[in-house]
Design a protein around this ligand. Sequence first.
Ligand SMILES: [Zn+2]
Length: 452
Amino acid sequence: MAEFFAHHALLPGGWSADVRIVCDDKGQITEVTPGATPGAARRLRGHVIPGIANLHSHAFQRAMAGGAERRSPAGRDSFWTWRETMYRFALSVGPEDAEAIAAQLYAECLTRGFTQVAEFHYLHHAPDGLPYADRAEMAQRLFAAAAATGIGITMLPSLYRHGGIFGAPPHEGQRRFLNDLDGFHTILERVQATAARQPHAAWGVAPHSLRAVTPAMLEAMAALDCPIHIHAAEQQKEVEECLAATGLRPVEWLLRNTPLDARWVLIHATHMTPEETRALAATGAVAGLCPSTEASLGDGVFPLPDYLAAEGRLGFGTDSHVGICPAAELRQLETSQRLALELRSVATDEARPHPGRGLLERALAGGAQACGVTTGGIAPGLRCDLVELDDEHPTLAGRSGDALLDAWCFGPADRMVRSVAVGGRVVVESGRHLQEGTIRENFSRTMKRLGA
Ligand SMILES: [Zn+2]
């Protein structure tokens, strides 16, 4: 059992003062009492918000974040030239490297307020393309990194079979990613077993994209009762290829041919017509937005006003990890809209005039749904994931409530989180992850070895 006392906490009904939060040994909140006295509870002096789920990560890419910016010899750099760099880099990452990189990433995510991460995991096999003795070796390394740092993890083994829409042969650089359905199910069974043992772990599946699976494979994934994540409509070229092959755009194809519902998460969904946008919103699926990565890769701008008007659900991921902070993702989403539309405060309405609070609440709900976990709020029955913001940070000082959240998102920012608990267990104190030193040493050694 753990007990916290928050001077200010964001509860489902809004901000409350002097809140006592009690959780049981499994990390589930059993009691939330506003207007309480602290007693022996651990005091959280800053504003406390619920832990946020990071719904899209390829952990190994943390090691190449910021390292893929140089112009390629042919010029005209794009997502597709970046992808070639990523494929080359992916061939160098072994199991130990993957664990060290993921531990660094997860510790960084925790210190910024993410308490769950969905790993869209496709780096399955050895560099020669052959499976490891344990076909799920690489996934197990990510579980181990999550356990070591204390972050919750939703493991989404990715089904990846082809190199282009509906059956084109795979690219040589994709050899570590490939499985047929049998090989995929072997990995999935191992993942399910580990998720059942590990605290705050869950599982789902990730058919990689319409480029990587066949309609029959998608049908097999759609039969499972779990989160189903798929990359969709990230790039115009992908839309054109899908149109040429099927006569439909990617999101349109998914709307027509798969039973999209609350289990589904469409990662990016950047390029949608107004009809696709409204129809996707109506399914209850989550749009998995990765604003800093989408900006970095030149993907395009998500049709946010139409999607919000249709009450679409969304959440945030850090994907390639050029950004690793939830506030920065919220800010980038809003800022991209401002640049494209020449407006301000786009993600607001009369009921939600503060973009910081509005986007945070969407991130909390969409993230928990996408990860298949009971996070996203401070209320009985939910996991006790608490993020205490540092109210002495110059950007937050003197502010409170929704104005403080706006400053957290839109003010000059570095580390604005003081402490973090996952399932009632404190893993970040004074802005530092409790194992920061060891994790960082391992990561530095790995980076030197990789020469990244
Ligand atoms: Zn991705």
